[in-house]
Design a protein around this ligand. Structure first.
Ligand SMILES: Cc1cc2nc3c(=O)[nH]c(=O)nc-3n(C[C@H](O)[C@H](O)[C@H](O)COP(=O)(O)O)c2cc1C
Length: 365
């Protein structure tokens, strides 16, 4: 079956595939541009762009400028296709300036999760940019809709991400493997909330691997799919060669979920995090310490000043500096051990494909 188009706010995708944002530095302009050229939504990750672009340019570049540069570069590859940016709420320090830069650069969509983007429409009038929250439940979507009503804005689309996804998971540890929280079970109630609130497209994510998977979720009422792991293993992704090879050689048992206080080394974001056990950072005998300060919590003075992975914080040795290990996984922090996050289906990946070939396969052609 031919995949349908997907219309969100002011843009139209030739096929309803969204490439999920992959931080840190995995989904950069090269991957997003290639997906966009193929008619999908190519998504750059905003995570730590300030560090990445500063290193690339050999001088200090601020977040606002770095974000605009990255979007512009992705767009130049896209042949008129659509580009989104993924902005994680957990990266509080850079959140507002990233949103402003994205809107000023007229990105087609801002996709925001890793926390609930409650204040997103209030940061700056979005103009033609679509605002797309990522949720893991109907309840979370209801909360966002209620809060956004006060800001006189309704989501332009929503990504519903289930527990099979890569990266941080919006579930409690005991929910991750509970079949009651499968994407198939979560979708009907989220569709209902969307219908009750004027209707907007629901894009599903987490564990979607084949053309047939896409068709299955479309037949259940989804308007599109967001996929991460399959795009991680492409030639255009900026994951290191070692990361891509670790994905290709992964077996099902090599994939685990870490979460504080259940298991370590955990992410300081406070959310369960899926990781390959053979990641150097998972096996390191010392956990890398925070030196970046992107994932901040409030300190005893009430100010956003401390990360749980900073030495001196309670149990700091149980946390990874998620920024450093993920920067390392895209080649931007060569002295730190790499940390490989993947979705549950990573063990099915057997070769690294160019985006054009992967998109042809996913379209069922
Ligand atoms: C390497 C990797 C990094 C990711 N980083 C982010 C991120 O920075 N922000 C985010 O919202 N989601 C992130 N995700 C989630 C993806 O955008 C996507 O929704 C998810 O992986 C879909 O599940 P799949 O991998 O089974 O296709 C990441 C996923 C992977 C595999």
């Amino acid at each position: 079956m031919k995949l349908p188009e997907l219309v969100i706010k002011n843009f139209r995708l030739r096929n309803c595939i969204v490439q999920g944002g992959m931080g840190v530095g995995v989904s950069r302009w090269k991957l997003a541009g290639a997906v966009s050229e193929e008619g999908g939504l190519g998504t750059i990750s905003s995570a730590a762009l300030r560090s990445i672009i500063s290193k690339q340019e050999g001088k200090n570049v601020d977040t606002y400028t770095a974000v605009r540069m990255e979007i512009e570069k992705a767009r130049s590859l896209s042949n008129g296709g659509s580009i989104a940016i993924n902005v994680m709420c957990a990266l509080v320090g850079d959140y507002d300036s990233t949103i402003r830069a994205s809107i000023d650069e007229h990105v087609d969509a801002i996709i925001s999760g890793a926390g609930l983007p409650m204040g997103l429409p209030g940061i700056q009038a979005p103009g033609n940019t679509a605002l797309i929250p990522i949720v893991s439940s109907a309840r979370a979507l209801e909360l966002i809709i209620k809060r956004w009503e006060r800001l006189k804005y309704r989501p332009d689309a929503v990504v519903l991400e289930g527990p099979l996804a890569g990266g941080h998971l919006g579930f409690k540890m005991d929910e991750v493997e509970n079949p009651d929280f499968s994407l198939e079970k979560l979708l009907p109630s989220v569709l209902e909330v969307a219908d009750k609130n004027g209707g907007f497209p629901i894009v599903v994510a987490g564990g979607i691997y084949t053309h047939e998977d896409i068709i299955k979720f479309l037949s259940m009422g989804a308007s599109g799919v967001q996929m991460g792991t399959r795009f991680l293993a492409t030639e255009e992704s900026s994951a290191t060669e070692a990361y891509k090879q670790a994905v290709v050689s992964a077996e099902m048992d090599d994939i685990t979920v870490v979460s504080y206080p259940n298991s370590s080394p955990a992410s300081p974001c406070g959310l369960p995090f899926r990781i390959l056990k053979n990641s150097p950072a998972y096996n390191a005998n010392r956990t890398p310490k925070c030196t970046r300060g992107y994932v901040l919590q409030r300190g005893s003075d009430g100010k956003l000043s401390t990360c749980r992975a900073m030495p001196g914080n309670p149990d700091s040795e149980k946390f990874l500096c998620i920024c450093n290990v993920l920067l390392a996984s895209a080649g931007y922090a060569p002295d730190e051990p790499e940390g490989y996050t993947v979705g549950t289906n990573a063990y099915r990946v057997k070769e690294i494909l160019p985006v054009s070939k992967l998109m042809t396969e996913l379209r069922g052609e």
